[in-house]
Design a protein around this ligand. Structure first.
Ligand code: 5GP
Length: 120
């Protein structure tokens, strides 16, 4: 099963404002901030305000309003950062084999250079 949500994880602290972040976007459902170790000229993390461990937890447990609000926010972030015209990559890691390090659901947005073809 899924682990319980850890209120001390780094993104929970960022949401609470206990740790600074360079915010790119925020609304009722989501917050986006620049990754501290960017892997592309634009590398932003989009997270729901709700306490969900991973995409599995979010998909199973979030309300429809939260799910729609979150994914709309992902689109807004990409558009506001100018990624939409050139294209970008959205990625989420889940669990140990997925390489997830921070146990608060997040979507990475990468852009600003040709990303090549990468599936798995
Ligand atoms: P994951 O492997 O969980 O999908 O990715 C976690 C991401 O969070 C990594 O790309 C890492 O660089 C980023 N990250 C970890 N700690 C912080 C932090 O304190 N601030 C910011 N802005 N990003 C962080």
């Amino acid at each position: 099963g899924l682990p319980p949500y850890d209120e001390t994880n780094i993104f929970a602290r960022i949401l609470r404002g206990e740790i600074p972040s360079r915010r790119a976007y925020e609304d009722e459902f989501a917050v986006a901030f620049h990754d501290i170790n960017p892997q592309a000229p634009v590398h932003v993390l989009v997270i729901p305000r709700g306490a969900y461990v991973s995409i599995a937890d979010f998909s199973a447990s979030a309300s429809e309003a939260e799910i729609v609000g979150f994914w709309r926010a992902v689109g807004h972030v990409a558009k506001e950062l100018g990624l939409e015209a050139q294209g970008y990559r959205a990625l989420t890691n889940m669990g140990p084999q997925g390489g997830q390090e921070v146990p608060h659901f997040h979507v990475h947005l990468f852009g600003g250079r040709p990303l090549g073809r990468m599936i798995g």
